[in-house]
Design a protein around this ligand. Structure first.
Ligand SMILES: Nc1nc2c(c(=O)[nH]1)N[C@H]1C(S)=C(S)[C@@H](COP(=O)(O)OP(=O)(O)OC[C@H]3O[C@@H](n4cnc5c(=O)[nH]c(N)nc54)[C@H](O)[C@@H]3O)O[C@H]1N2
Ligand SMILES: Nc1nc2c(c(=O)[nH]1)N[C@H]1C(S)=C(S)[C@@H](COP(=O)(O)OP(=O)(O)OC[C@H]3O[C@@H](n4cnc5c(=O)[nH]c(N)nc54)[C@H](O)[C@@H]3O)O[C@H]1N2
Ligand code: SF4
Ligand SMILES: [Mo]
Length: 872
């Protein structure tokens, strides 16, 4: 069965062979144009996420399981009551770029055409809103001009604000291969951090956070003064004079000073950009999640437009989408400031959409965007919210306020696949959704390619597709127009709308797919929009004819704002950056179930430069508290020389299901770009200090719980058991006795002085708990302990070994570096000591780095740390 990976916006095709026991074998689809058979480690591990563990199986109302019918009735009644009493503006939907296009279309139709408000926004506000604004301002349409084949065709690739090696690994694999085949290809990485993506970089610009528009304004001036303007492009552009005039002050030295770069670095980048014909710029959240997010996008677009590096092979400004269907959401109008099929709120568009839908009403004003939406809930203006496919209690800035808003909201409906998330904890009505492998629909990736997600497994319990849940509620509200029997029918309607009275004015047009039969939809091969009379087979690159979507047909250059240097209060002298780690997906609801994905980073961490660590009394492995004006979190310290001094990095993933208080969005303010309303999630002023604890330890148990009475804990699943790393005050024996129910257990105890305390709790010869504590985190053989929970009762000698936490022989694997082949740091270091000198030699010996390749930057780091330089 062929389907599409549900994680990132690369949109890889996968082949699935279902196996027994909720497992499936997943391989890359060699025929899918996005990946041609490649996969990253998250994609490879998809089969392991199909577990029924933790799934939401039945609907709930006020915490009680009910039939699906009863829950849908309750949802419709609740919404009706709010609409009748307070009007449509008191209702809101908050959706996700992980919904399928068909789901998204229905949600948007219900909200804007029937409930009659535009209060439907999504997590794409946190993700793509600035890119959408950039493209719309420059091209007159939210249209990504490029395609993945440009990755291989470019002579210079500029990666800005993107850690593609970890966040878009198959794009990175394609780049790595292209660079190997054509060593003359150049790559520039623009990121305040030295990331894994710098591994391929010929030039890394570790610029001051938030200074990207200055760099690109400087580039614009350079192009103008050094012969980099494409004269044939000028008739197709407006706004050139004022934009160039505004760029006038940005000569190289000034740019270098403001961006905190050297003159050489800036000049080298400008020279490469203007001197190379085929330049592809790829960007992601370092650009979008900023107070100048839309202008960051604009500044990049300005440079590509003026130099004519657009609409041609191997060229162009290519925004990478984050989620698997962020682009599909943009097509159906999944944001509060747009209508379906790339329409806006001018009266003609509103009228056109209402006629097409034959709907009783139509929203005529933009609705509330994500941050405003949760603030309106907090103020009591929005009284009912339906959250689907996203976990805002973790991922929204000002997380504490979001949680308070949800707690106070009279009606919170949540549809999710998991029973327990930080958001579902606030649900009055919980609806069980079908997940990947169970649901059926389409998604659109970064290069506008529409692919099918196909069902291959039966859905558990009462789980239903999101579109079906929405349509059922719509029908209960008495609305016509929601009686599809199959998602293909929704797709046809969506495709027909895209062509409805389009006349070439709207970029999104898939009208050639409006007549697809159910079977045709089911068999749909990946295709890039537009798919219409002009491009019946789809279209790889836009703007080849240099005609844009503004009424005058021209593209617009705009003057980007000059970002203010962020003032740092003495109380919060450090700047916190946030983002992704290689093997986790967002709030970990799926990847957090897979032990091997947990092993790359098994704890919330805060990375900082060695000089800052020394300054604040922190060492590698210590526990720290990071504090902003909004709150504090705790995390384990990692030292990272690739960070700039004064800047920290904290992953976005950890939340209350996996840790005590390490969810980073508790610290982040809700400020954002005034044009896109996208929050600035990458720059928060903070301070850091050691977290005082008197002991640390490991607690192993079969069940998932939230341990009480600790200063810190973080959980990771480990081969069928739950492993908690814990830390507390007082004595570990007192904590164990007070907060763990060990009645009826036979205890085997060692130590007890407070500095070294070990306990095994057995019941009928079966291990119930294993606890190892000390003044420092004890060194235990994790595989040994995990195995003891699965195995038959051990003999006395083995029990003794287990209590010591150490196997008689053998060595712990250490941190897992290669998740695909489960190769740990220790084995790698040993192989290096025994003479392996290259990543290739390591691969031959240990198989590490031979599957998806995303650990190769880390293998290189290990070779470097052992003072081995790759002999190539
Ligand atoms: N493994 C994994 N992959 C994912 C996801 C995941 O959760 N896990 N999520 C997917 C989603 S939804 C998204 S949106 C993408 C995100 O993909 P990316 O945007 O590539 O990932 P991030 O780690 O959020 O941030 C990218 C980089 O921006 C840099 N940055 C911070 N501030 C600035 C700045 O001022 N200027 C510049 N130039 N750079 C800056 C950060 O240091 C970071 O390295 O990843 C997708 N892929
Ligand atoms: N500090 C900081 N915060 C960030 C970011 C950052 O870089 N830094 N990045 C932001 C970005 S770019 C993004 S995209 C967001 C992501 O943040 P979220 O969207 O909140 O994170 P997810 O974990 O992907 O949430 C998806 C939810 O949907 C559920 N789910 C999975 N499949 C289905 C389905 O088929 N149907 C339904 N109904 N539910 C399903 C999952 O169990 C999970 O609860 O985070 C944002 N927040
Ligand atoms: S690169 Fe993205 S789409 Fe491809 S397998 Fe990995 S997570 Fe899935
Ligand atoms: Mo995202």
């Amino acid at each position: 069965m062929k389907t599409t990976c549900p994680y990132c916006g690369v949109g890889c095709g996968v082949c699935v062979t279902p196996q027994d026991n909720h497992r499936a074998q997943v391989t890359g689809d060699p025929q899918h144009p996005a990946n041609a058979g490649r996969l990253c480690v998250k994609g490879t591990a998809l089969g392991e996420t199909l577990t029924p563990q933790g799934r939401l199986l039945t609907a709930q109302v006020n915490g009680q399981p009910v039939t699906l019918d009863a829950a849908l009735d309750a949802a419709a009644e609740g919404l009706r009551e709010v609409m009748d009493r307070y009007g449509p503006q008191a209702v809101a939907f908050y959706g996700s770029g992980q919904l399928l296009t068909e789901d998204y279309y229905v949600a948007n139709k219900l909200m804007k055409g029937y409930i009659g408000a535009a209060n439907i926004d999504t997590n794409s506000r946190l993700c793509m809103a600035s890119a959408v604004m950039g493209y719309k301002r420059a091209f007159g349409a939210d249209a990504v001009p490029c395609c993945y084949e440009d990755l291989e065709q470019a002579d210079l690739v500029v990666l800005v604000g993107s850690n593609a090696a970890w966040a878009h690994p198959v794009i990175w694999q394609r780049l790595a291969q292209a660079k190997q085949q054509r060593p003359e290809m150049r790559m520039v990485v623009i990121d305040p951090r030295r990331t894994a993506s710098c591994d391929l970089a010929d030039l890394h610009l570790p610029l001051r956070p938030g200074s990207d528009t200055l760099l690109f304004s400087g580039l614009l001036r350079w192009l103008a003064t050094q012969g980099g303007i494409d004269q044939t492009m000028l008739p197709h552009l407006s706004g050139v004079e004022e934009t160039l005039a505004a760029a006038e002050p940005w000569e190289v030295a000034h740019v270098a000073a403001q961006c905190d770069l050297t003159l050489q670095q800036v000049t080298a980048f400008f020279t490469l950009f203007s001197g190379t014909d085929r330049v592809l710029t790829l960007w992601c959240m370092g650009i979008n999640q900023s107070v100048t997010g839309s202008d960051n996008n604009q500044a990049i677009l300005n440079a590509h437009l003026l130099s004519g590096k657009i609409g041609r092979t191997g060229c162009g400004p290519f925004s990478l989408t984050g989620q698997p269907n962020a682009m599909g959401g943009r097509e159906v109008g999944g944001l509060a400031n747009q209508l379906a099929a790339h329409m806006g709120f001018d009266p003609a568009d509103c009228d056109r959409l209402q006629r097409f839908w034959r709907s009783p009403t139509i929203a005529r004003q933009p609705g509330l965007t994500a941050v405003d939406l949760f603030q309106a809930i907090a103020r009591g203006e929005v009284k009912a919210v339906w959250i689907m496919g996203t976990n805002p209690a973790v991922s929204m800035p000002e997380g504490n306020r979001v949680a308070q808003a949800l707690a106070a909201c009279p009606l919170v409906i949540v549809s999710d696949i998991m029973a327990h998330t930080d958001t579902s904890a606030f649900a009055d009505i919980l609806l069980p959704a079908q997940g990947w492998g169970e649901k059926n629909g389409t998604v659109t990736n970064s290069e506008r390619r529409i692919s099918r997600q196909r069902a291959f497994a039966a859905a558990p319990g009462d789980a239903r597709p999101d579109w079906w849940l929405l349509a059922q509620v719509a029908r209960r509200l008495g609305f016509d127009g929601f009686d599809w029997q199959h998602p293909a029918a929704i797709f046809r309607e969506h495709a027909a709308l895209s062509g409805f009275e389009n006349g070439g004015r709207r970029a999104f047009d898939i009208s050639a797919l409006a007549q697809l039969s159910d079977a045709g939809w089911d068999a749909l091969r990946p295709v890039q929009w537009p798919v219409n009379a002009e491009h019946p087979e789809g279209c790889a690159r836009l703007f080849r004819d240099r005609r844009f979507y503004h009424p005058d047909g021209k593209a617009r250059l705009w003057v980007p704002a000059t970002p203010a240097v962020m003032s740092r209060e003495a109380a919060y002298p450090l700047l916190m950056n946030t983002g992704r780690v290689r093997d986790q997906w967002h709030t970990m609801t799926r990847t957090g179930l897979v032990p091997r994905l947990m092993q790359h980073c098994d704890e919330p961490f805060v990375a900082l430069h060695p000089a800052d660590a020394a300054r604040y009394g922190l060492t590698a492995g210590a526990l720290a508290r990071v504090q902003s004006v909004a709150g504090w979190i705790s995390a384990r310290v990692t030292i990272d020389r690739g960070l700039r001094c004064g800047e920290l990095f904290v992953p976005m993933h950890w939340n209350r299901q996996f840790s005590q208080q390490s969810h980073v969005d508790m610290l982040v303010a809700a400020r954002g770009c005034p044009f896109s309303q996208q929050p600035a999630l990458k720059q928060t002023p903070v301070r850091i200090m050691p977290l005082p604890v008197s002991w640390q330890g490991w607690l192993w148990q079969p069940a998932v719980t939230s341990p009480a009475g600790l200063r810190y804990w973080a959980r990771s699943p480990y081969a069928g058991v739950q492993r908690y790393v814990v830390a507390g005050e007082g004595a570990p024996e007192a904590w164990l006795a007070a907060h763990n129910d060990l009645t009826g257990c036979q205890l085997q105890v060692a130590g007890g002085s407070g500095s070294d305390y070990r306990v095994l709790a057995w019941r009928d010869g079966v291990l119930q708990r294993a606890f190892y504590a000390g003044a420092r985190l004890p060194d235990v053989d994790h595989d040994l302990v995990a195995a003891a929970f699965q195995a038959a009762p051990p003999d006395a000698f083995r029990r003794h070994r287990l209590l010591a936490g150490q196997a008689a022989q053998g060595q712990a694997a250490g941190r897992i570096i290669c998740s695909c082949m489960a190769v740990g740091e220790q084995a790698i270091l040993q192989a290096v000591a025994q003479g392996c000198r290259t990543t290739q030699a390591l691969g031959e010996r240990l198989k590490c780095g031979t599957q998806c390749g995303s650990c190769i930057p880390e293998l290189k780091q290990l070779l470097l740390s052992e003072s081995v330089t790759e002999e190539s």
